[in-house]
Design a protein around this ligand. Sequence first.
Ligand code: XMP
Length: 561
Amino acid sequence: MVNDRQPTPQDESLRVATTDDIEVSTYLEIAKEMAGQQPSATEAAVSGAEREAIIVLDFGSQYNLLIARRVRESHVYCELMPHDTPWEKIAPLNPRGFILSGGPSSVYEAGAPLAPSYVYESGLPVLGICYGMQAITKQLGGQVTPGTKREYGHAVLHISRSDTPLFEGLPESTTVWMSHGDKIAEMPQGFSALAYTENSPYAVIGNGKGIYGFQFHPEVVHTPEGRTMLHNFVYHVCGCKGNWTMGNFVNMSMARIKEQVGDGRVISALSGGVDSSVVATLIHRAIGDQLTCIFVNNGLLRREEVERTLKVFKNNMGMNIIYINASDRFLDRLKGVTDPEQKRKIIGEEFIRVFEEEANKIGKVDFLAQGTLYPDVIESVSSVSTASAKIKSHHNVGGLPARMTLKLLEPLRFLFKDEVRLVGTQLGLTEDIVWRQPFPGPGLAIRCIGEVTREKLEILRGADFVLMNEIKKAKLYRQLWQTFCVLTEARSVGVMGDFRTYGYAVAVRAVNSEDAMTADWARLPYDLLARISNRIVNEVPGVNRVVYDITSKPPSTIEWE
Ligand code: XMP
């Protein structure tokens, strides 16, 4: 029957699109029974007279975080805030300009979100993108109407006013990415069209007093000159100086950690992943031995991972690290468990127990440091549930004891992942750590199909070690999102020398991805695949067959479980 072969839906999936660090942070956060805190403007990373920021008011477009990223790539601090954020929350950041984002609403519908009046009264420059441009049009007295057809995809932008500061360094025409249904029928008074496309006579508008609108999305890669346009807006229109550098961030952040912690004590979970490594290094730089890191070996790590992590952080950097080999505890609890979601749940619970026991032994601790990043805490009107929300809703882990009233220390909560990597580099962490591929919190347990046993883990470690070695030798490690082996439950017949073998089939997975939400299988060179296959079969006892996974996500997922 065909239906029997259809994939079965998994309602209660604990699968999360995130890395081990976020998972670990979230375990701890749930354990503290704390709701995810929102970043507060007053904590912003550049302080005092130097402070400058661009505020993106969020009307719900899926691209909004990208706008903030692009602005920050120009070395100007940028935060995404809900479109109705009160001025009091924004003022401490010392805004130099506003960007009104795109969004799914139509401005002429009742109750459509609009920009607060301070945006126009402040006299600060404003750039409206797509819906943001329509909001400006409506609020300043122009007219927006439903377009006869939705304009979606590439369009060629022709610049009619090349003296506009936004267009500095741009060619006369350039490709832009459109995605809109509504269009401007009449510009507000004082505005003129500065550029057009075939279907949009008002593709860029401006009033000569610092208020601009783009009908297209400058933040996406399909608008190749978009970065330059945003750069021009923040420098040539808003007059920003560009003090958002990771060097500045490290200095400011260390000063703030010192101030916040005083002579208190901090604990942190170290996993060897990028975020927890950068957090630990940053805090250690700031307060030295007042930081204790707890590194839990759950028995599901890769070969040499423990040794390498301890070597870097304990031996080389001299950090105070408590290393706990809790392999037996985890593996005992995983005995007989085959369901992937059950595996995840057990590993989450056990992690909290171990962490809690060790933290208790330290004595009085004041802060819990976590590698939470900006995309995980951001409150957005468009907010799809964040990784932590997803984990939280599924993991029913026990709380840390009430007497452990820990305050959270989250120095990276304003940073994007690529900024965290830059901070890591700034702090002198090696490429190996800074560019580490994501590794799931449940580790090899979800790459060992079926029951997790010590014997199977050893086989998987052996195969994975060969794969990593070959991928690194081929200089592909950094450009691939993830590369790993899966130990399948399939056993098959083989022949080695004069002997018939009956061994495991290992699946090799290598994917390209931007954010793990979608992924494409990597077209690895045949000769590389041949080397990987040969070496795994020859060097890893128990394996006599290697297959390459050629499915993308969707419809598959990156991990097999
Ligand atoms: P999938 O398999 O859902 O994976 O395509 C997307 C990304 O998430 C990672 N992943 C996890 N990370 N705990 C984690 O910390 C998990 O339970 C988990 N499951 C998947 C996966 O490695 C990929 O990067």
